[in-house]
Design a protein around this ligand. Sequence first.
Ligand code: DX5
Ligand code: ZN
Length: 231
Amino acid sequence: MTLIGPSLMCADMGVLKETVIRLDQAGVDFFHLDVMDGSFVPNFTMGPDLIKSIKPYTNKPFDVHLMVKNPEIHLDTFIDVGADMISVHAEATEHLQRTLQTIRNNGLKAGVALNPSSPIEELKYVLDVVDYVTVMTVNPGFAGQKFIPLMYKKVKDLKRMIDSEGYNIDIQVDGNIGYETIPGVLENGANMLVCGTSSLFKPEITFEEAVTKLKEFITSQKENQFEANLK
Ligand code: DX5
Ligand code: ZN
């Protein structure tokens, strides 16, 4: 199943509570919460208090994407405010295996995020403590950027590696995931879509329309893929 996760850094913070409620009711599968420290990435976004403030308004999983240095020292902060899943950047910690194990030991799903230039081989010896991999399909830090074309191949290579090692690990794609890029990432094995300004947060349509259109598009793409595989 392909999961849709709004990237809440793209939301209007002035009406974030209403946005969460509407997106939940529109049928999204999880919420993607980008946390940035201004050091690992050149931007700041939401912090633990903001995440805590919206937690009561949905039962959908909170996927916290820590784009911060030394994420291991911040895990409790985000666990305490209701994270259900936490992804940390392989590039941001000296102790990736221990950090992932700690996330899992707290009952959360553990994710590894990779910057565009980072090889998937970084994951080779932590696959047994990973629930999902976030492939950054833009350079992290800002919404509205352009998809990096080589990331299609990266998703395909990652899917092949996961399958050959016999693991059941989700592949999340994050950055410029929209109608031009969804076919390629789906075909290559991604199953968790982080949706921001490229597909969900579009002023010309409502959230309900955007989610419905996205779901229909994903279904049609998978049907096309199924038929192509039959030939
Ligand atoms: C980039 C963020 C993405 C981004 C997605 O660092 O992690 O979540 O906001 O939004 P668009 O669709 O604008 O790339
Ligand atoms: Zn993200």
